[in-house]
Design a protein around this ligand. Sequence first.
Ligand code: GLY
Length: 347
Amino acid sequence: MKCINVRTSHPYDVLIERGGIKKCGEYISAITSSRKAAIITDDIVGGLYAETVLESMKESGFECSVFTFSNGEQSKCLSTFGDILDFLCESAITRSDIIIALGGGVVGDITGFAAASYLRGVEFVQIPTTLLSQIDSSVGGKTAIDIKGGKNLVGAFKQPALVICDSDTLKTLTPEILSDGMAEAIKYGMIRDEKLFELIESHNLDTIDEVMDELVYTCIDIKRDVVEHDEFDKGERMILNFGHTLGHALEGWHNYTDYTHGMGVAAGMCMITERLASAELAERLKKCTEAYRLPTGTDIPMSELLPYCSKDKKRESGNLSYIICNEIGKAEIVKVTVGEFSRLMEG
Ligand code: GLY
């Protein structure tokens, strides 16, 4: 088992272990004296892993209740959020008990926000079961739900008490969901680590499992470093947004259906690199992205995407920040007006 200690205002460990989910009771009992937990999951992940988690928790003496909602982004809403809060109350979860998020990014984000709000804060554990949630959303404390006005517009910074990443759970993912996470892995290589990028480009979607533990460890370690320097997203953490300005616009244009976050990030990284960095770098990134069956651009006219860029929540009154990598492993944050960004991307 590998362990990464994240030294934020509320430090915690990220455990990376094949089969780790079967030992979650043992790991969770080491971080709490309570023996009462609420498990929040969705109907797909719950069907695959809830029994395993329950069994392990029971063996370690926990009394558990399980709340299951429908898989998918449409569930990351106020109504499911309210249902989770009611469930926690009905299950008599107190401030000293534990809430467990078992699933991908949607489960982690909404459960984390419920844990931040219920009784003004209860400890929670992330058991992420997708590549995207293992290497990105489960680490760093961003929790959120979507409202009519946009994705992730309501939330809180709430660091988990423990994260358990079991790369065996990635074996049940469809190739599309694995690709979704690989976009973020490519991003980490581009912004921080040429060796990681080389590891990724020397594999493809069918062979990446051979090096999955190394990949997951390296990506989480990069995220740890960035988050430790900028826990509350005031500066450096913005580099994690490479490819995301156009990526979010693409997701928004597609109305968040049939177009994953990873597809948006992949296309966004390739488009900005093609426009603003060297042709050689753009070609290398494009080749790597294609090997993971991700898009490298779009046919949607820039004039239709730009209105979605200016809706991005990272925009500050008329300005937005975009990230550019002129070399693999080095990212730069560039602040421009929305107008300047339009000229750069359209010109
Ligand atoms: N997913 C980007 C961040 O955690 O800041």
